[in-house]
Design a protein around this ligand. Structure first.
Ligand code: ZN
Length: 142
């Protein structure tokens, strides 16, 4: 396997239809032949975009083989929004930081566009509280 090949980012989906992000474009899996994956643009139907990508799956990563042009601008934010929320959830579980602190520290790390697509700070704060209530066992008294 050529180590210079670019790996692509996998965006996990709740419905099991994993997507990949290539140069800011999101593509959905179309078919798989052995370890070769064929992807088509998520806007194939809505925008009649013919953007496609082919990746080789090797050792846990997708390596980009081919990528064709899209007819629209990259859709960077939806993947970034999911990633920012995942980060916030993780920090909610792994740290004892105040919810506002967690939210602020994540918002400064994302682009303005991504930040504008995130749920409101109030909604994020509720999310953090809910995660902590359900997943953190009570502190043992020593
Ligand atoms: Zn496209």
């Amino acid at each position: 396997m050529d180590e210079n090949l670019e790996t692509v980012e996998i965006i996990p989906s709740q419905r099991g239809n994993d997507k990949i992000k290539v140069y800011g474009y999101l593509l959905v899996k179309e078919r798989v032949l052995k370890n070769t994956y064929y992807w088509c643009c998520e806007k194939r139907k809505s925008d009649k975009c013919k953007g496609r990508a082919i990746t080789i799956f090797y050792d846990g990563s997708h390596y980009l083989q081919k990528h064709s042009k899209h007819i629209h601008a990259p859709q960077a934010s939806s993947g970034n929004v999911a990633k920012a929320i995942a980060c916030i959830k993780q920090q909610a579980l792994e740290t004892r930081d105040q919810p506002m602190q967690i939210i602020q520290s994540n918002i400064i790390n994302v682009s303005e566009e991504t930040a504008s697509n995130l749920p409101s700070q109030n909604a994020l704060r509720m999310k953090i509280k809910r995660i902590r209530r359900t997943e953190i066992p009570p502190q043992p008294k020593t």
